[in-house]
Design a protein around this ligand. Structure first.
Ligand code: TXA
Ligand code: MG
Length: 356
């Protein structure tokens, strides 16, 4: 339950010590790796440090942040009032998925140690234990719970490599820790077990099915509605904000079989444009048709692989100045929910054989 990092490489320890000094000064945020995407982290316990996150990524102040802790004991010691119990509903979920890509909402007390800027006026706060050794070591060594959104500039695809963070935030933050590529590639799932039935606020690294299988009330989980009025407070993550947009316009293909007909039709609508094609597992595009694209790339052969690659591939295509990116989607259910959630938000237009 506790997290005591042991280092075989003394340099790693000295880098994390350097990062800890910055985090404890409560003035700045830094880039750090997690298993989902890179985070932009600062102490959750101080207004000035949390403000530095909103400023660095130009994030609207009414979109609350996830707090990252290294262990359950740290959560109790630094955030929860003495002798507080985590609501029973969460216990089987925590047991199964922490550390990992699952974020839960807990009630926020009137005299909370958390900076109120992390909750953006909600009566709950979001928390998870990341499953990346560098993230957990950093949080344990600094002994600061870290508020951390994805470390992209607002509206850009989330970063899954340290160089993505550098690209978006260079000159705005003092340090980025490189922990290699993020394994999952999409953000954590966010659930609220304080409502009846419990709600999935954002699909992510743990699938709806995995959550339902836990039982103990989670079999009844419902998915939050996808749209919000601009004047509503943000109850559901990301509902009202534009997200994950590369500069090129994304055209998303769903239920288009082998893709030949749909892709051909769409191509004919954009003459004289630089178009990239990102395929999944169903498309079988003949070479003559492929030749009409500036770039053809394979996103992945499974949903897991597609999720892992998506944000990095979108960023790479942006470097190549595409006008349009055609992407093969997946069924918008089960394992595909999180990937389709991100793809739909990135999409300028969706082409579906259903709509004909
Ligand atoms: O995988 C992740 O979750 C990554 C890594 C860095 O951990 N972080 C991340 O943070 O995606 P961010 O800020 O990009 O997304 C957090 C989401 C937001 O959409 C926010 O609306 C929601 O969580 N959220 C945070 N606190 C909330 C609360 N009290 N009630 C409802 N939603 C909340
Ligand atoms: Mg984000």
């Amino acid at each position: 339950e506790t997290c005591t990092p042991i280092f075989t490489d003394p340099k790693t320890k000295s880098y994390l010590d350097e990062a800890s000094i910055i985090l404890r000064s409560h003035k700045n945020c830094i880039g750090f790796p997690t298993e989902t995407v890179y985070g932009l982290g600062a102490s959750s316990l101080n207004d000035e440090s949390v403000k530095s996150i909103y400023i660095a990524k130009n994030r609207p102040l009414d979109n609350p942040l996830i707090t990252h802790v290294a262990s359950l004991s740290q959560l109790h010691r630094k955030i929860l009032p003495p002798s507080t119990k985590i609501p029973d509903i969460y216990l089987p979920l925590i047991k199964k998925f922490w550390p990992g890509p699952l974020t839960i909402l807990l009630p926020v007390e009137d005299d909370t140690t958390l900076s109120r800027l992390t909750t953006a006026g909600q009566d709950t706060f979001a928390v998870r234990i990341p499953n990346h050794p560098v993230a957990r070591a950093l949080i344990a060594i600094s002994d600061e719970p870290l508020a951390a959104p994805s470390a992209n500039a607002s509206t850009r695809p989330s970063p899954t490599l340290a160089e993505h963070v550098y690209h978006d935030l260079q000159g705005r933050i003092p340090l980025i820790i490189d922990g290699g590529p993020s394994n999952v590639g999409l953000e954590s799932s966010v659930v609220n077990g304080l409502t009846n039935p419990p709600m999935l606020l954002r699909p992510g690294g743990i699938s709806l099915k995995q959550i339902q299988e836990v039982g103990h009330g989670w079999e009844d989980i419902v998915t939050a509605k996808k749209t919000a009025n601009a004047s509503e407070p943000v109850r559901t993550p990301g509902m009202k904000y534009k997200h994950y947009s590369p500069t090129a316009k994304v055209i998303l293909f769903v239920k288009c079989g082998n893709g030949v007909k749909a892709v051909q039709e769409a191509l004919s609508r954009y003459p004289n444009s630089k178009i990239a094609l990102l395929t999944g597992s169903e498309f079988e595009i003949p070479e003559t048709l492929q030749a009409q694209f500036a770039i053809v790339d394979h996103l992945g052969s499974s949903i897991t692989e597609m999720a892992h690659n998506l944000f990095a591939k979108l960023r790479n295509l942006d470097k190549n100045d595409m006008d349009y990116i055609f992407i093969e989607g997946v069924p918008d259910a089960g394992e595909g929910l999180a990937l389709m959630n991100r793809l739909s938000k990135a999409a300028h237009e969706t082409i579906s054989n259903d709509s004909k």
